[in-house]
Design a protein around this ligand. Sequence first.
Ligand SMILES: [Zn+2]
Length: 74
Amino acid sequence: MYKLGDIVFTKKNHVCGSNRWKIIRTGVDIKLECLECKRIIMIPSFELDKKVKPILSKKELIIKEEYNKSMGKE
Ligand SMILES: [Zn+2]
């Protein structure tokens, strides 16, 4: 699922050349703001699933880091 403020990377670049988007609305339709040209697009979430590269959210990165740390202590 997508959360407000998440940054996603699309496989295809936007017309401005950027592929980084910020999620500004979630739900059945997702609203994305291009981080480069600030244009806003709306896309059904199932369509977005196909277009974005899988990335870890900040929270998942932190969890992973904590996990690695705890494993290192063993
Ligand atoms: Zn753009």
